[in-house]
Design a protein around this ligand. Structure first.
Ligand code: PMP
Length: 394
């Protein structure tokens, strides 16, 4: 029977990683896959996580199942990290999931349970996994305008015009900070206008928060999520711990369903538990417990915040350096947006041909839509990249 299944398209980023590995050039630059890298190209285990792991090894007495929603302590510390005191805890139902991807998947599932004909509005472009999961689930997807290739910023008027078409029973998926793949984000005034529009149309926001702490800081990056969650009747939030705790392979995420009507929590919690049960039963615990250790201990938390801050400011410095080099070499300000973008990614705005030239002639590997992982750079490779970009005619 298996022969009846159609072959699935290969993952473009994984293909790019393979091509990079096979490239013999010494000065090749990998700006492809979305993991944080330090100046030496390593993805280190964060110091506080390593310490928490040691402590956990000492403390842990059983590997028996946790609850269906995971350890309640994990939900508590994560709700606090993401929402602060913007929403009362009793208005938030939450369940641990395998990574942020698991939370995204469960959120779509919950939306479809609420409305079998749900449409999900996604930014053009968005993280490709949003699109492929929605396609796999057979959920109707509507793209809204987002990135303005000319300015490197957000086409906010286009976005608002398109989102005026979403209504009650629809989901509007937004990235809470550090938009992937573009790096372009809304400002506070624009978030406020978006919230007003959502309240007017009755569409339900779903916020994907995968990079809290990678943009302007832990609280600043949660500002939009907090504003949305405290201003609309209901929302879904899919948070990932992969990047900001550096625990990619532990698969650690949390799905939150927020309702201003506190009475809805019991129903929402039951739905989240049910969805975990149907899809994988108990969620992974190891990563969640490490996060709980780190966020519950003042010293570990301070250590974690300090290291996250080093990562964040390091990426910002690379952005400044790259924008500066490009200004010097091109004699124009047209790459200034790279310093304005936030998070790990920036969309350069190169054509597929230019992306190919960068790879073939300069050993620079970026995703086909010209998404660059800024963390793939260091102070020495930035000038090489800038030169390659200008020579490739971008
Ligand atoms: N959402 C976005 C926008 C992402 O970029 C990612 C990570 N690539 C995720 C969700 C989820 O990542 P993970 O499942 O590894 O936590």
């Amino acid at each position: 029977m298996f022969e009846t299944i159609k072959e699935q398209p290969a993952d473009k980023i994984l293909m790019l990683m393979q091509a990079f590995r096979e490239d013999p050039r010494e000065d090749k630059i990998d700006l492809g896959v979305g993991v944080y890298k330090d100046a030496d190209g390593n993805t280190p285990i964060m110091r506080a996580i390593k310490a928490a792991e040691k402590q956990l090894w000492e403390d842990e007495q059983t590997k028996a199942y946790t609850g269906l929603a995971g350890d309640p302590g994990f939900a508590d510390v994560m709700v606090a990290l993401v929402l602060g005191d913007a929403v009362a805890r009793e208005n938030v139902a939450a369940a641990a999931t395998p990574g942020g991807t698991g939370a995204v998947r469960q959120a779509f599932d919950m939306a479809r349970m609420a409305n079998p004909n749900v449409r999900v509005f996604v930014s053009d472009p968005t993280w490709p996994n949003h699109l492929s999961i929605l396609k796999h689930m057979g959920i109707e997807t509507v793209m809204y305008r987002y990135f303005d290739n000319e300015s490197g910023g957000v086409n906010f008027d286009g976005m608002m015009a398109d989102l005026a078409q979403a209504g009650k029973g629809d989901i509007v998926l937004v990235h809470g900070c550090c938009h992937n793949p573009t790096g372009a984000n809304l400002n506070a005034t624009e978030w406020k206008a978006l919230i007003d529009l959502l309240n007017k149309t009755g569409a339900t926001p779903m916020i994907d928060l995968a990079y809290q702490g990678f943009g302007d800081g832990l609280d600043a990056d949660a500002q939009a999520v907090r504003m949305v969650a405290s201003s609309v009747p209901e929302c879904l939030i899919a948070a990932s711990c992969s990047k900001n705790f550096g625990i990619y392979r532990e698969r650690t995420g949390l799905l939150m369903a927020v309702a201003q009507d506190g009475g809805a929590k019991k129903l929402n919690q039951g739905t989240l538990n049910y969805l975990n049960r149907q899809n994988f039963s108990f969620p992974p615990d190891h990563g969640a417990r490490l996060v709980t250790y780190v966020l519950s201990d003042d010293a570990l938390k301070a250590e974690w915040q300090a290291e996250l801050e080093e990562m964040r400011t390091g990426m910002l410095a690379l952005r400044e350096q790259l924008a500066g080099e490009l200004q010097r070499l091109s004699g124009s300000d047209r790459f200034g947006f790279l310093a304005q973008h936030r998070g790990m990614f920036s969309r350069l705005g190169a054509t597929p041909e230019q992306v190919e030239t960068l790879r073939r002639d300069h050993g620079v590997y970026m995703v086909g839509d010209s998404r660059m992982n800024i963390a793939g750079l260091n102070a020495k490779t930035v000038p090489l990249l800038a030169e390659a970009i200008v020579k490739s005619g971008v």
